[in-house]
Design a protein around this ligand. Structure first.
Ligand code: COA
Length: 327
């Protein structure tokens, strides 16, 4: 069975920039604190009326153009998101309609910040089995809409954006997605949640007033889990292919916090220069983070044929995943 290959990438970030200085005006924080503790300098915010599917479509058009694939040739659209346009139906169906990709079946994958890698892994299975020949994978989140702008622990960290990849069966032996690896620890569900708005705590005036329909996070626990699990899954995934970390050419990691990236890179002994870093510009864009970073590295001409590219992401759940690619 052929491997799945990424034949096009694309990304989109809304035009409005919110700097750390902008945040200083309404929350008790400082540019110095945010840069020192996270590496983030600015993030993007969707325009009024702009939806998650609008951002997803913008990224998808770029990826389709690079791949030379028409929307009507797509057979599958998977969107990693937890901030869909509405609770029902999925974001993916709006993407399908806006692109005019009428042949594609479309659905969302909810794995929060790991959503891009989870969606990639799901699409990979359809390509490998031969059921689908052209798949569109998107990670898109409009996180500024689910932030409590009074909570300095969280509101400084996130931004909006979308990234996309087009997958097809590899034309050359040995190139493409060598494997994807997904992991979950539901026992850690409570450390990163949007508590209200679901069946457990339906929306009420009271929980809206107390902002329980917005993101709630135990930052230290998330930090520890991210360092531990991203390190461990990278080793685990490379081992499957008899690869060592010194053979990795590019590390495309979830952009949550520069200190997390530094700690992981140190533990897996890959120099930080091999890690694409754009969190200074976008903050944490959740499911979009890895697909945007991959697209930037790709368009910068960094990814050469045959390079080993490792993608890792972690998010609420906790959910995490890794993809090993021979580019
Ligand atoms: N500005 C100024 N001070 C802030 C602040 C902000 N934006 N956010 C928190 N602080 C304060 C805290 O209130 C605390 O003050 P206290 O000591 O008086 O209680 C102090 O800074 C230190 O807080 P702490 O939580 O120890 O900071 P930290 O070094 O762990 O950094 C995070 C906090 C959130 C940046 C860090 O824990 C983190 O990045 N965690 C992972 C988050 C993440 O990646 N989430 C998404 C995963 S997909």
């Amino acid at each position: 069975m052929p491997l799945a290959q990424i034949i096009g990438t694309g990304s989109y970030a809304p035009a409005q920039v919110i700097t750390n200085k902008d945040l200083e005006k309404f929350v008790d924080t400082s540019d110095e604190w945010i840069v020192e503790r996270t590496g983030i300098r600015e993030r993007r915010k969707a325009a009024p009326g702009e939806t998650t599917s609008d951002m997803a479509v913008a990224a998808a058009r770029e990826a389709l153009a690079m791949a030379g694939v028409r929307p009507e040739d797509l057979e599958l659209i998977v969107v990693g998101t937890i901030t869909a346009d509405m609770p029902m139906p999925s974001c993916a169906v709006f993407v399908q309609a806006k692109l005019g990709a009428g042949r594609a079946f479309a659905f969302d994958v909810a794995a929060a910040c790991a959503g891009g890698v989870y969606a990639l892994s799901v699409a990979e299975q359809f390509i490998r089995t031969g059921q689908v020949k052209r798949a569109l994978v998107i990670g898109a989140d409009l996180f500024t809409g689910v932030l409590n702008w009074n909570d300095r622990n969280t509101c400084v960290l996130f931004g909006d954006g979308a990234g996309a990849m087009v997958l097809a069966p590899a034309q050359e032996e040995g190139r493409g997605l060598l494997s994807t690896h997904l992991r979950t620890d539901g026992a850690l569900a409570e450390i990163l949640t949007i508590p209200a708005g679901g069946s457990r705590e339906p929306l009420t005036e009271e929980n809206i007033r107390t902002q329980r329909h917005k993101l709630n996070m135990n930052g230290r626990e998330v930090f520890k889990c991210a360092v531990r699990e991203l390190t461990s899954i990278t080793h685990e995934a490379l081992k499957v292919h008899g690869l060592t970390t010194s053979q990795v050419d590019h590390f495309i990691a979830h952009q949550a916090n520069l200190r997390i990236l530094e700690a992981v890179m140190q533990r897996i002994e890959i120099p930080l220069e091999k890690c694409w870093i754009n969190l200074d510009k976008y903050g944490n864009t959740s499911a979009a983070s890895v697909p945007i970073a991959l697209d930037e590295a790709n368009r910068a001409g960094r990814l050469k044929r045959g390079d080993i590219v490792v993608m890792v992401a972690i998010g609420s759940g906790m959910t995490w995943g890794c993809a090993v690619v021979r580019w």
